[in-house]
Structure formats: C-alpha cells, structure tokens
Ligand binder design. Structure first.
Ligand code: PLP
Length: 433
C-alpha cells in the first residue's frame, strides 16, 4: 500500500483503509490500482452499480440548473417528480412522501409522524414503539432507542426512553417453524403478548425490517409472520412501520420487500438504494390518513436543512428510471437464485458454513462450529473479521457482522449490485472458494 502521511480522520476503529480512487459498475479500484469486486454494494447502497452514466448526466443537468433551494421556500421539479414516482411504487394510500438524507433520519421521521398523528387524533397516551432484538434502525437517539443491539445502544441508555423489544424469529436455527422451540409461542404472537403487557393503549407502533439486514444476516421471516403482525397491529390500532432502508428499491427482488407477503404497512422508510450512493437521500412514505390530521393541527414539527435537495432528488429520479429500464427487480430475483445456489454449493463442501439464507440479492451465510447443531464459532475466533480481511486481500468486498443481540453468530452478507451477471457471480464464487 502507498506510504501515506498520518491521517486526521477517524472512524469506528483504528484500521487504516485503502483509499478509493475509482468505481465503475460492480468494480472499485484503490489509489494503488488494486481492483475489488463490490460484493457489498457499499452496505447495500449501490444497487444500480457505480458511475451509472444516466444518473451522472441527470446530476450534471441538475447542477447546472440549481443545487439548493431550501424546501420551506421551494420545491423543485426533481422533488415533485421523485415524490410522484415513489408514491406510484408504494401501496395504495401510501402517497405522502417526506424526504430526508439517510436511513436514521427516515426512521426518526416515521416515529415523529406517528407520534404527532396520535396526538392529533386524541390518542396522546400512545408513545411506545415496539421493535425486535436483534435489529438495527439507525444511530440517532430516537432510532437507537428502538434498535435491538445492546453493544450499540448500552452507552446511551441513560439518554434514551426505554422502548419494548420482542425477539426476532430465528428462522435459521428453528427451521421454518414460526414458533419459538422453547416457549412454543408463534414469533408474531410475541408482539401481542408484549402489547398486552405494556398496555395496548400506550403503544404507538411496531417497526420491522421485512428481511433482516446486517443485524440478523438476511433472516427471512417464517411463513405467516408478516401477515400475522399486520393483523395484530390492526386489532390493537397500532401502526406498522416497515424499515425498508436496506431492503427497499429492489434489493430482495421486489421494489419493496413487504410485497413478498402482500402486506401493506402504514409507514415505510427507505434510503440506501434510493439514490444508490450517488448522493445521500432517504424518504418516509406515509399513508395519507396519518398525514392529513397532522397537517390540519399545525403541521409536522420536524425537518432537516438538506432534506430533499434538488441534486439528491434528481439522482433519485434517475436511479428509479434505471431500476425500471434495466429490470433490476427481476435481475435481483434471477441472479439471487444463481448466487444462492453457488453459496449452497460452498456450504455442501465446507462444514464451517452452517446456513445460507436471504431473498433476492440480500444473501448471507453463517459460520458455525457444528453444522448439525448450528453452534456458533467461539467469539474469540473473530471469524467474520478474519474472513472479511482475507476476502478484501483477494479483491472481494463483503459485509459481515457478529450478531450479539439474541441470535449469536457470525454471518457474512453477500449482496452485490443488482446489475450483476452470471459471470460476476462466477467470479464472486471463485473468490469466496
Ligand atoms: N435501518 C436499517 C434497516 C439499516 O440497515 C440502516 C443502516 O444500515 C439504518 C436504518 C440507518 O441508516 P443510515 O445509516 O443511513 O442512517
């Protein structure tokens, strides 16, 4: 690696990273000219691949017109168009779009809109947002309060109001049985139990990642889970928030992952694939019945200076156009099936891989010490860190986490851009082998 002067930057650890020089399609190059295949899409952001010419042209054109207009004063053609395109891709009734610049901001916005709706409709006693363990919903204090991952949240507990949590289904450990083997309770029914314990009249919402992202390693809910969650929310007047920050915009093979189960949430949050990493962008999409009472009562008391800026919206429009033009949802389904079969092949040959799971191109494999019992590897082995480093050295970027929040284990997410071809998947498989 090129000798570099001491850095003034700091991030989450002390490891000095290579410096990115260029990225095109599914490949990235560092300043030393080393090439990497992007098997992580930058934490599932670059869904349409790097340096897409249509998106770059749309951004250039917008830059020539106007780069900023504070949204208290102006909308732009780009923000109007992106809102309309988004509403056209979300379920009927979810047609009010609130722009933000990232996933945490989108989650905060959903929590606040839900709360203001409750106040505006005479349900001011509702404030609790139930979430799952493990889960990740963002790093701002509101989003962190509903994140089920103690190592991230514990230092900040005194600064946050405690929110109730229920266990996320452990589908890979329990097979496809939707019930917890210890209690015999259906995982979705744990939501009802929690509601009854908390007092349903105090509960505002339940937030769920339709397919777990980094927190659970692509855990797909067991049969009937999402549908039952929707029923329970309806029975108790609780809002259902789908956190589609990672799953949205085609990652799982549908524009929204909730579509796989035909479930309509009350609020949807999206970000990562929305402007595909060209510029920060996110959105909260709300049902009109939630927004109107809030606007009638004096407006939504929330907002961010840069949210919905013209450049971000122009990029978002061009990204959605590319997702349609290239048929990327269908490609995610087709290539996801190919990649899953290749990962299954690796599992058959390497007993250290105990499970391969996911949907579309949100796939993961799990390291285990015993493939029969799926016992996790000892934590001290730091298997995920070591594996990611080897992959990196070999020129493959993957995304990995050790989950400590309930499902204990080391998983490695393999989630390349949705533009991948079978030849790219062959290359990923060779680099993993
Ligand atoms: N929600 C989910 C499911 C996520 O995966 C993430 C980020 O990884 C977030 C929320 C927070 O998004 P951001 O990092 O853009 O704030």
């Amino acid at each position: 690696m090129t000798d570099r002067p001491p850095s003034h930057l700091f991030y989450q650890g002390r490891t000095r990273k290579p410096v990115l020089d260029q990225a095109r399609g599914v490949y990235m190059w560092d300043v030393d000219g080393k090439r990497y295949l992007d098997g992580s899409s930058g934490a599932m952001v670059c869904n349409i691949g790097h340096s897409n010419p249509h998106v770059l042209a749309a951004m250039r054109e917008q830059m020539e017109r106007a780069t900023f207009g504070y949204r208290l004063h102006f909308e732009t053609e780009a923000s109007e168009k992106l809102a309309a395109m988004t509403a056209a891709r979300t379920p009927e009734g979810l047609n009010r779009v609130f722009f933000v610049s990232g996933g945490s901001e989108a989650v905060e916005s959903a929590m606040k809109l839900a709360r203001q709706w409750a106040v505006a409709t005479g349900q001011g006693q509702r404030w609790k947002v139930i979430s799952r363990t493990p889960s990740y919903h963002g790093c701002t204090l509101g989003a962190l309060a509903i994140t089920g991952y103690a190592p991230l949240t514990a230092p900040f507990d005194p600064m946050m109001r405690p929110m109730p949590k229920i266990p996320a289904p452990r589908a890979y450990l329990d097979g496809l049985d939707p019930a917890d083997p210890l209690t015999g309770l259906h995982y979705a029914d744990m939501l009802e139990d929690c509601l009854l314990q908390e007092g349903p009249e105090t509960v505002l919402a339940f937030i769920v990642e339709p397919v777990g992202g980094a927190s659970t390693g692509a855990l797909v809910p067991p049969a009937g889970y999402m549908e039952r969650v929707r029923e329970i929310c309806d029975e108790h007047g609780i809002l259902m928030i789908a956190d589609e920050v990672m799953t949205g915009v085609g990652r799982t093979g549908r524009f929204l992952a909730t579509e796989h189960w035909g479930v309509t949430p009350d609020l949807i949050v999206m970000s990562k694939g929305y402007a595909a990493g060209y510029v920060p962008l996110g959105a909260m999409v709300a049902h009109e019945r939630l927004v109107d009472p809030v606007l009638d009562e004096g407006g939504f008391q929330h907002g961010f200076t840069y949210a919905g800026n013209p450049l971000a919206c122009a990029a978002g429009v061009a990204v959605l156009e590319e997702v349609d033009r290239q048929g990327l949802c269908a490609n995610a389904r087709a290539m996801g099936a190919v990649l899953k079969a290749r990962l299954d092949g690796l599992m058959a040959r390497y007993p250290i891989i105990g499970d391969v799971r996911g949907k579309g191109l949100l796939l993961a494999f799990e390291f285990v010490s015993d493939p029969q019992t799926l016992t996790p590897l000892p934590r001290e082995l730091k298997a995920h860190d070591r594996f990611v480093q080897i992959a990196y050295d070999n020129g493959l970027i993957v995304y990995s986490r050790r989950t400590r929040g309930g499902v204990e284990g080391d998983h490695v997410l393999v989630c390349p851009p949705l533009i991948v071809t079978e030849a790219h998947i062959d290359e990923i498989t060779e680099l993993l082998d």
